[in-house]
Design a protein around this ligand. Structure first.
Ligand SMILES: Cc1cc2nc3c(=O)[nH]c(=O)nc-3n(C[C@H](O)[C@H](O)[C@H](O)COP(=O)(O)O)c2cc1C
Length: 208
C-alpha cells in the first residue's frame, strides 16, 4: 500500500454484469476529495453489458453516461479528474510502472479478464495495467462476478490472489437492510474504497 491514501486510481470495467456497482463506485470516487486522478478503462464487452444494464448508447461521453446527469456540469461534461483511456492503447500512462498509479480496481471483473490477468496476458490496457500493479506490488482489487463458478474460475482467482491481487467478489451485504439497489451498490463501493485506505464517512458501520 502507498504510505498515503490512494490519490491516483485506475478503474477498469469489463463485460460482467453489475453496471450499477460501477456507477456507484465512480460516483463515490468523484465525491472523495482525496482522490485526485482516475484513469478509467472500459473493455468492448463492458459497453455491451452497460448498454443492457444502464441504457448506455455508444462511447460518446462514456464517463458522463455512466455517472448520470447528477454528476455532470452545466455543459453535460463529467468531472475532469476522470480520464478515459482506450483499452487498445497499450502506450497509455497506466501501462508503465513509472507512472505513479496508487491502486487499481476492476469493477465488475469478468472471468475472462480474471483469466487473462491470472495468466499474465497483457495484450490490452486493462490487463497490462493490472500486470503492472502486481509487478510493482500495488493494490489490485478484482470485483469478480460470475455464478456458478467452475474450477477454471476458482483456480484463476487463486492464481490472481497468490500473485498479490485482492479477489473482492461482487457480493453485497444485506445486514444493513439496503432500501434500494443503488444503496446496496453504494455500500459495496464504500467497502472497496475502505479496503484501499479510503474509508467513507457515510458508510454503514456495524456496531454489534
Ligand atoms: C448481458 C451480459 C452479461 C454478462 N455477464 C457476465 C458476468 O456476470 N460475468 C462474466 O464473467 N461474464 C459475463 N458476460 C460475458 C462477458 O461479457 C464475455 O465473456 C466477454 O468476452 C468478457 O470480455 P472482457 O473480459 O474483455 O470484458 C456477460 C455478457 C453479457 C452480454
Amino acid at each position: 500500500m502507498p504510505n498515503h491514501p490512494p490519490q491516483n486510481l485506475t478503474v477498469a470495467t469489463t463485460g460482467a454484469s453489475g453496471g450499477i456497482f460501477l456507477r456507484q463506485f465512480l460516483q463515490a470516487v468523484v465525491l472523495d476529495r482525496q482522490i485526485q486522478t482516475v484513469n478509467f478503462i472500459a473493455s468492448d464487452s463492458a459497453l455491451r453489458v452497460l448498454a443492457e444494464e444502464l441504457g448506455l448508447r455508444g462511447r460518446s461521453n462514456l464517463v458522463g453516461q455512466i455517472l448520470g446527469s447528477s454528476m455532470r456540469d452545466s455543459r453535460g461534461r463529467p468531472p475532469r479528474k476522470i480520464r478515459l483511456q482506450s483499452n487498445d492503447d497499450i502506450g497509455a500512462n497506466v501501462a508503465s510502472g513509472s507512472y505513479p498509479a496508487d491502486a487499481m480496481v476492476v469493477v465488475p471483473c469478468s472471468v475472462g479478464t480474471l483469466a487473462r490477468i491470472a495468466h499474465g496476458d497483457a495484450s490490452h490496457l486493462i490487463e497490462r495495467a493490472a500486470d503492472v500493479s502486481l509487478k510493482e506490488k500495488r493494490p489490485l482489487v478484482l470485483c469478480v462476478r460470475e455464478t456458478p463458478l467452475n474450477k477454471i474460475h476458482i483456480r484463476n482467482m487463486y492464481r490472481a490472489a497468490d500473485a498479490g491481487a485482492t479477489v473482492f467478489p461482487l457480493i453485497p451485504a444485506f445486514y444493513y437492510r439496503p432500501a434500494s439497489l443503488d444503496e446496496m451498490a453504494r455500500e459495496f463501493a464504500y467497502r472497496v474504497l475502505a479496503h484501499l485506505g479510503l474509508p467513507q464517512p457515510a458508510a454503514f458501520r456495524w456496531k454489534g
